[in-house]
Design a protein around this ligand. Structure first.
Ligand SMILES: *[C@@H]1O[C@H](CO)[C@@H](O)[C@H](O)[C@H]1NC(C)=O
Ligand SMILES: *[C@@H]1O[C@H](CO)[C@@H](O)[C@H](O)[C@H]1NC(C)=O
Ligand SMILES: *[C@@H]1O[C@H](CO)[C@@H](O)[C@H](O)[C@H]1NC(C)=O
Ligand SMILES: *[C@@H]1O[C@H](CO)[C@@H](O)[C@H](O)[C@H]1NC(C)=O
Ligand SMILES: *[C@@H]1O[C@H](CO)[C@@H](O)[C@H](O)[C@H]1NC(C)=O
Ligand SMILES: *[C@@H]1O[C@H](CO)[C@@H](O)[C@H](O)[C@H]1NC(C)=O
Ligand SMILES: *[C@@H]1O[C@H](CO)[C@@H](O)[C@H](O)[C@H]1NC(C)=O
Length: 669
């Protein structure tokens, strides 16, 4: 599962604010990979720390041809990408900084310094802004010697994000409105709702800037536009007469470019700004009981055309920056109350969480949307194309509870709706909505993850109801929740239903199931004012109490929890205890927790000797559940070490070999 670590936000929900710190940035010079533009499952761009000698890439290391040049006093330098023909700007050592919404670094080119900011806004509760899949690049220039210098800036992008096969043709177009100028690139023959090698086959890529005297533009071959800029500092304001070209044509790449000419300056009065976007419309196709439904990104409820949306996004830059600064400060201050390392990890994890979702509304006809029908879809970015995968969502859920609680319920809604339709017949919960994102076909099979999913759904449904005070979703899907609780009551400790695919072991899984049964009691209690029977509240609680007693007898081995029933020497991080703490189900708080944390401590100190596979999300969930701060801090440190470790591989592995400190799979399990 992807996702790097949106789940890190979860600690915030379980630990009180202890103090505050002024740190708001993470100096990331040690990081192998930093996020640049993460705004949707498909606009998900990263770069290694030697930005002048590498291309930005998708999370899976496939190049994205997004180049950056600057020309100073007639000499051109490259600040991003790996295209020849220019000098290298010098990245200022230790200048790379990261906050939850922004990555920034400084570069020196001739006698000027560039301050380069990549802003991927996170816009809690504003779904128009959150769902607009565009990201900002902003550059401030300042003289290093106090003298004026002649400065031009350039950025371009190819169609590499739009297809796995670069023999595919793309069509360009360039549009000028009074406010903006923008290029688009689109497959000549798009394949709706398909992806290949994690890239969308139906995307339209945009590169945009505010209209200004300083701007010049061009489309055509990258070789031509980059050479033209390097030589003359401006572009020709000209479309390539052949507006349909292969993404790669022998040795040339089809390209769209925008450049700024600042003339002789000591510093820019306002930054050069580009907006990079990747739009898919409609964005989701989903199977419902009444047939196929098409869904569009939420921002279309406000904008009749992309022009107006782009104009607003560009005009909003200064305000968006202020909102981002405020949000970053809030998240980092909350994180610093736990530890500096935790705060660092939040800076790394917020964008991947919000960048994995599509906020959508139903498209009722070619021209009309039903803005009352909002649902949110999440791709298992980094591992698979599963949609709203319950195990992934469970780990990410705290981020949404913390930043925009309503999104938490809208992420559950497609799962609930599908399973309450005649398309689904099992008494246990589905583990996802199929594995063909963004084509949401549903998953009718009784999954090997059924126990895990049923427990997680009950836990998440209650967590949302508690945090928001809104019981309507639980009430609407009451029968479904009850089915799952009944299934768990029967199967929680039934040897025959233990799946083998849950790496955390059956002890942990059984605990999640029992917490799920207790969650049903609490859901029932929550709904008593609406007529739910107090007898059921009691019945589920009673079942959970009986089960937890049996579980403890089977799982507790004098000084630790076994991972597998009947194997006393096995051990595991009992990450399900996080749910007990989150929901205050008080099922395991009476267990000998202090001994348990001593055991974890022991394991961490001996870790070099354990060839054990560790996962970032389970480690963090366990850390959040422990009452012993020294042990949970140690766990956070281990994850932090992992985030900076994997030189040369994909971003931040979520699965790693704890004994060797190696990432096993990058940005993925
Ligand atoms: C335009 O480009 C396409 C694909 O790269 C090529 O097949 C076609 O011949 C070109 N057309 C012209 C007029 O150059
Ligand atoms: C910038 O300064 C150079 C050198 O002093 C001068 O030749 C050039 O005309 C100036 N350009 C502009 C646009 O003022
Ligand atoms: C985050 O910080 C704010 C401001 O200090 C505080 O009000 C809030 O309770 C904190 N939130 C969490 C989850 O710790
Ligand atoms: C679901 O539970 C009901 C009632 O207990 C039972 O009749 C039905 O056979 C079950 N369905 C499946 C698919 O197990
Ligand atoms: C349904 O879920 C199962 C278990 O997680 C998985 O093996 C299967 O591939 C999924 N089916 C579809 C159609 O997505
Ligand atoms: C499962 O079966 C094994 C072996 O038959 C037994 O030792 C163990 O206690 C059983 N576990 C549970 C939870 O019933
Ligand atoms: C947690 O539950 C216990 C008993 O079930 C109750 O006494 C306590 O007040 C609850 N704590 C919170 C924070 O709700």
């Amino acid at each position: 599962m992807l996702f790097i670590c949106h789940y890190l936000l979860l600690l915030l929900l379980t630990r009180a604010l202890l103090g505050s710190s002024t740190t708001t940035e993470w100096a990331t010079s040690k990081l192998a990979t930093v996020p640049l533009a993460l705004r949707s499952p498909y606009l998900n761009i990263w770069i290694g720390s030697s930005t002048t000698q590498q291309w930005p890439t998708l999370w899976n290391k496939q190049n994205v041809g997004w180049a950056g040049l600057v020309r100073v006093d007639g000499v051109s330098y490259r600040w991003q990408g790996n295209e020849g023909g220019a000098n290298l700007a010098q990245i200022v050592p230790n200048s790379i900084e990261m906050s939850p919404t922004r990555t920034r670094f400084q570069a020196v080119a001739g006698q000027v310094q560039l301050d380069i900011t990549f802003l991927s806004p996170i816009e809690p509760t504003n779904w128009v802004k959150q769902s607009f899949p565009f990201s900002y690049l902003a550059i401030d220039v300042s003289s290093r010697d106090g003298q004026k210098h002649n400065v031009q800036l350039y950025s371009d992008i190819t169609g590499e994000l739009l297809a796995a096969d670069f023999a595919e043709e793309v069509t360009f177009s360039t549009t000028q409105t009074p406010q903006s100028i923008w290029h688009s690139l689109q497959r000549s023959t798009p394949s709706p709702f398909l992806e290949t090698a994690e890239k969308p086959d139906d995307g339209t890529l945009y590169l945009a800037a505010r209209s200004s005297q300083k701007i010049t533009w061009q489309t055509g071959s990258c070789g031509v536009t980059r050479d033209g800029f390097n030589e003359g500092g401006t572009l020709l304001n000209k479309k390539d007469p052949n507006n349909t070209q292969k993404i790669q044509n022998i040795d040339s790449w089809a390209c769209v470019a925008l450049a700024y000419d600042f003339g002789n300056i000591t510093s820019t009065s306002s930054p050069a700004i580009w907006a990079l976007g990747l739009v898919r419309e409609p964005s989701i196709r989903t199977a419902t009981a009444t047939g196929i439904q098409l869904r569009s990104s939420y921002f279309w409820t406000k904008y009749p055309s992309i022009d107006l949306a782009i104009d607003d996004f560009l005009t909003d830059f200064e305000e968006a920056t202020r909102r981002a600064q405020a949000l970053d400060a809030k998240i980092m201050a909350n994180g610093s109350a736990i530890s500096q390392s935790y705060s660092d990890l939040l800076a790394f994890s917020a964008r991947p969480a919000f960048g994995a979702i599509d906020i959508t509304v139903a498209r009722t006809s070619r021209t009309t949307l039903d803005s009352s029908d909002v649902k949110v879809y999440m791709k298992d970015v980094g591992t698979s194309s599963r949609s709203n995968a319950v195990d992934v969502l469970f780990s990410a859920f705290p981020a949404f509870l913390y930043l925009d609680v309503k999104l938490a319920s809208l992420l559950l809604e497609p799962l609930f709706e599908f399973q309450s339709s005649p398309l689904y017949r099992n008494n246990c919960s589905a583990s996802d909505l199929g594995n063909s994102y963004p084509d949401i076909k549903g998953n009718m099979s009784e999954s090997t993850l059924a126990m895990e999913a049923s427990g997680s759904m009950l836990i998440m449904a209650l967590a949302y109801a508690r945090k928001s005070g809104d019981g309507t979703q639980c009430q609407r899907y009451y029968n479904l929740l009850k089915n799952w609780a009944d299934y768990l009551s029967i199967n929680a400790l039934n040897n025959n239903t233990f799946p083998t695919s849950d790496m955390s072991g059956d002890v942990n899984l059984a605990l999640k199931a029992i917490i799920g049964v207790q969650a049903m009691s609490s859901i029932n209690k929550f709904l008593e004012p609406q007529g739910a029977s107090p007898a059921d509240t009691y019945m589920y609680s009673n079942k959970a109490q009986i089960l937890i007693k049996q579980w403890t007898d089977l799982a507790w081995k004098s000084d630790h929890f076994a991972a597998t029933f009947g194997e006393p020497s096995s051990w595991s991080l009992i990450y399900s205890s996080y749910a007990d703490k989150l929901l205050n189900t008080t099922l395991i708080s009476d267990n000998p927790g202090s001994i348990c944390t001593i055991w974890y401590w022991f394991l961490f100190s001996l870790r070099e000797q354990y060839a054990h596979t560790a996962t970032v999300d389970w480690t963090m969930l366990t850390a959040a559940a422990l009452s012993d701060a020294a042990v949970s801090d140690r766990m956070i440190e281990s994850v932090h070490a992992r985030a900076v470790w994997p030189k040369g591989i994909k971003p931040w592995p979520t699965l790693y070999d704890a004994s060797k400190h190696l990432g096993i799979s990058g940005y993925s399990r």
